[in-house]
Design a protein around this ligand. Sequence first.
Ligand SMILES: NC(=O)c1ccc[n+]([C@@H]2O[C@H](COP(=O)([O-])OP(=O)(O)OC[C@H]3O[C@@H](n4cnc5c(N)ncnc54)[C@H](OP(=O)(O)O)[C@@H]3O)[C@@H](O)[C@H]2O)c1
Length: 325
Amino acid sequence: MKAIVFTKYGSPDVLELREVEKPTPKDDEVLIRVHAASLNDWDWGALQGIPFVNRLLFGILKPKKQILGSDIAGRIEAVGKNVRQFRPGDEVFGDLSGDWGGFAEYACAREHALALKPPSMTFEEAAAIPQAAMLALQGLRDLGRIQSGQKLLINGAGGGVGTFAIQIAKLYGVEVTGVDSREKLDLLRSMGADHVIDYTQEDFTKNGKSYDLILDVKTNRSIFDCARALSLNGTYVTVGGSMARLFQFLLLRPWISMTRNKNMRILVLKPNKGLAYIKELFEAGKVVPVIDGPYKLSEVPKAFRYFGEGRHKGKVVIKVVITVD
Ligand SMILES: NC(=O)c1ccc[n+]([C@@H]2O[C@H](COP(=O)([O-])OP(=O)(O)OC[C@H]3O[C@@H](n4cnc5c(N)ncnc54)[C@H](OP(=O)(O)O)[C@@H]3O)[C@@H](O)[C@H]2O)c1
């Protein structure tokens, strides 16, 4: 089968399209003909072996898993003998997380990492959903405890997580402010954002406004600045971003929470938790993935370069199976 392979950490130039052996599913796994996959920050970090601490997971000197891609959608071709939920022919999607292998014609996945894809959802839409939509949902609902009538700010609103977060938040009847670069502000408005801020022109932590809930995808400001932008008893949830800032949050969060009546929370993703709910929202026409691309499998290095430049809107999607209508 064809796959995008990397044998050393580096820029997208280290990615190569190669012929490799088709994987064989273990007893608790299924073999999937991958139709589409999407890029996440998780892939971008693993490609470069950053942050360094993640090499404990990825491999210290060189990558242990040579095919990236954790969000996938495809059709099951074979099932291991202990698989109960799925049969060959089922169309599925999910986040394979640390198992990787999605930028290839075939991938193996454990059954708990997958859900049935609704027939009305394209493979590209399905591949765009798992990691980004779960981060948005878990950040807003589980950690943020979002409530009707609140004022919400999403920092980094034009990427994968943010475009899902705006749509989910609007279903709760909150007033949404989206922060991103100027080129993405029309997209944020079209997703339902009530207000937008161009971060190159305005610092949301210094404009005198306060928010009941902040979902931060970038975490590029100090914990003190973020706390200042929260109203009393407000909640700040960091999804990810600068390691130095996250470390600062880890150290100072209990103190800020105690002394300033602000809740400062750090999200640890539970892969695929909430996928069934997002599926329902999709089927009801309430949440739609924003797709940038799709790119072909051979164009994965180009897609990574584009992602790395931060120019993408929503999710960068790879279409592995090209169908002729
Ligand atoms: N908590 C967990 O367990 C977990 C698991 C997986 C991933 N993550 C995290 O989840 C996040 C993934 O988010 P994503 O997929 O939405 O990323 P993304 O698609 O790259 O989106 C990030 C957005 O932020 C914008 N941005 C860049 N600089 C900014 C600034 N200074 N202020 C405001 N916005 C800015 C980018 O636009 P421009 O570049 O045009 O400015 C882009 O639109 C990452 O932080 C990742 O580390 C967390």
